[in-house]
Unconditional design. Structure first.
Length: 278
């Protein structure tokens, strides 16, 4: 559907959202497809009997996705949802302003998917009824039997398709839940690695601080030991000096005493000689 055709038709439902597409390389990261919130609308293409999701930014189609019965819109958070488009070989993501807007879009997606399924069945039945091979003349009862069998067969095929679509939808939901879980686990692992690295940095910083403290303590101990050695040395020198002075004084006193004693003996001898002369 061209933008000119879209402008002449009224959308079945519209909503404002930020549009994203999955990164084709990583299949995990989202790439913004619009700088701002844009209008995302559901349209019915009467020429092809298909329903489409279309969003246009300027003259460029940001989204042009044909809805098929096996598509599933998955809500991955309170304001974000996504669906895979196998024809476009991509995954679209929509970020809404509120949880209510996301829910409304999800409900509309489900309704359009059901309408697409019914439109496909009607188109197939119309093809079968207009097939020339079905117009061969036959008795009325036989023709009614064929029509009844055809309807029963169509009903069985429709039931089979519904069962297959339900199974495929469940598989897609399980696959999406698995992807979400894996992303959450990877995010948790990255967060845990970040915490471990932060703890290691803190531990390294603490160890460095402890080493600095120990080095300062060792320096203080060395200073104290050096101070004690110098103090002990000064004390020993003072004691040696005191002993030398004391020894010197003692020797001087002894010499003085001996001199006095010698002088006393000399005077006594002189007195004795004087007495003898007398």
């Amino acid at each position: 559907m061209h933008p000119q055709q879209r402008e002449r038709e009224q959308p079945l439902f519209s909503a404002k959202a930020h549009v994203f597409q999955i990164d084709p390389v990583t299949k995990r990261n989202w790439i913004p497809a619009s700088k701002h919130a844009v209008t995302v609308s559901f349209f019915y293409d009467a020429n092809r009997s298909v329903y489409r999701i279309i969003s246009v930014g300027g003259t460029k189609a940001i989204i042009n996705s044909t809805i098929t019965p096996n598509m599933t819109f998955t809500k991955t958070s309170q304001k974000f949802g996504q669906w895979a488009d196998s024809r476009a070989n991509t995954v679209y993501g929509l970020g809404f302003g509120t949880e209510q807007q996301l829910q409304q879009f999800a409900d509309q997606f489900k309704e359009m998917r059901e309408a697409a399924r019914l439109a496909r069945e009607k188109s197939q039945e119309k093809f079968e009824l207009t097939n020339p091979g079905l117009n061969i003349a036959a008795p009325q009862g036989e023709e009614e039997g064929r029509v009844r069998k055809k309807r029963q067969s169509s009903t069985r095929r429709r039931k089979r398709r519904e069962d297959e679509e339900e199974e495929e939808e469940e598989d897609q939901e399980e696959e999406e839940e698995g992807r979400v879980r894996r992303r959450e686990e990877e995010d948790q692992e990255e967060e845990e690695e970040g915490r471990v690295k932060e703890k290691e940095k803190k531990d390294d910083k603490f160890d460095d601080e402890q080493e600095d403290i120990e080095e300062r303590e060792e320096e203080e101990e060395e200073k104290e030991e050096l101070f004690e050695e110098e103090e002990e040395k000064e004390k020993e020198e003072e004691e040696e000096l005191f002993e030398e002075e004391e020894e010197k004084e003692k020797e001087e006193e002894e010499e003085l005493f001996e001199e006095e004693e010698d002088g006393g003996r000399g005077r006594k001898g002189e007195e004795e000689e004087a007495e003898k002369r007398n």
